[in-house]
Design a binder for this molecule. Structure first.
Ligand code: 13P
Length: 254
């Protein structure tokens, strides 16, 4: 049985004081039934580098795992502004997002450097969360499937599928309020799984996930969890996402 992963990506939000305040409100809002659910619901908070130490400290013993939002492929060196795998593991970080579309779009990251970053994460026993997804233009041109397969094929040479999470994040659904229809997200994630031939691999959906659509998304058989941006900044809303309700197949039908 694949685990369920509910990951928040705070992006460039929250000072340490704001992170502490979030945790004070978030922890009590988690329902015991969702924390102890089967399959296990793993909560992951992917926070800015400056918040990592505080969030690791404050969540110790809670079952909440902490993730970074990027890492460099070298362990050390003259790479001003970058952070390496050993720097993250020393803090108690367990996950790291790699290849988010904002890194690709605004910071020039390529499939080649994404591959190097994935390898570095695994070398240091971090679990990378690899993001893939198509633009609106690619979707409209019917290129969704070929683009995603290409991204995977370029990012994954030499990468161990046993210690990997994939997030399907259609770019047009990120921060726009336009969620991909649950059935369509399920279809694309099914294609990714089939392409990789890895039944055990957790694959998440990301893009305008909210308290109002989480139940329907999580009712899809291929969707193993979510990567949540904006809605993970609010402790009550993110707790509701973690506490998603399991819908019966009939209730989940559109
Ligand atoms: P939003 O949930 O704000 O659309 O962001 C999704 C995302 O990019 C998560 O990595």
């Amino acid at each position: 049985m694949r685990p369920i992963l509910i990951a928040g990506n705070w992006k460039m939000h929250k000072t340490q004081a704001e992170a502490r305040q979030f945790l004070r409100e978030f922890a009590p809002a988690l329902q015991a039934s969702s924390v102890g659910a089967t399959p296990q619901r793993q909560i992951i908070l992917c926070v800015p580098f400056t918040d990592l130490a505080v969030v690791v400290e404050e969540t110790r013993g809670s079952g909440i795992a902490v993730g970074a939002q990027n890492l460099h492929w070298e362990d050390q060196g003259a790479f001003t502004g970058e952070i390496s795998g050993p720097m993250l593991t020393e803090l108690g970080v367990r996950y790291v997002i790699v290849g988010h579309s904002e890194r690709r779009q605004y910071f020039g990251e390529t499939d080649e450097t994404v591959n190097w970053r994935l390898a570095a994460a695994q070398r240091h026993k971090l679990t990378p969360i690899l993001c893939v997804g198509e633009s609106l233009q690619q979707r409209e041109q019917g290129l969704t499937e070929s683009w995603i397969v290409g991204q995977l094929d370029r990012a994954l040479p030499g990468i161990d599928l046993q210690n990997l999470v994939i997030a399907y994040e259609p770019i047009w659904a990120i921060g726009t309020g336009k969620t991909c229809a649950a059935a369509e997200a399920n279809r694309v994630i099914g294609l990714i799984r089939q392409h990789l031939g890895a039944d055990h691999l957790p694959i998440l959906y990301g893009g305008s996930v909210k308290a109002s659509n989480i139940d329907e998304l999580m009712a899809q058989p291929q969707i193993d969890g979510v990567l949540v941006g904006g809605a993970s900044l609010d402790p009550q809303e993110f707790a509701r996402i973690v506490n998603f309700q399991t819908l019966t197949p009939a209730a989940a039908a559109p």
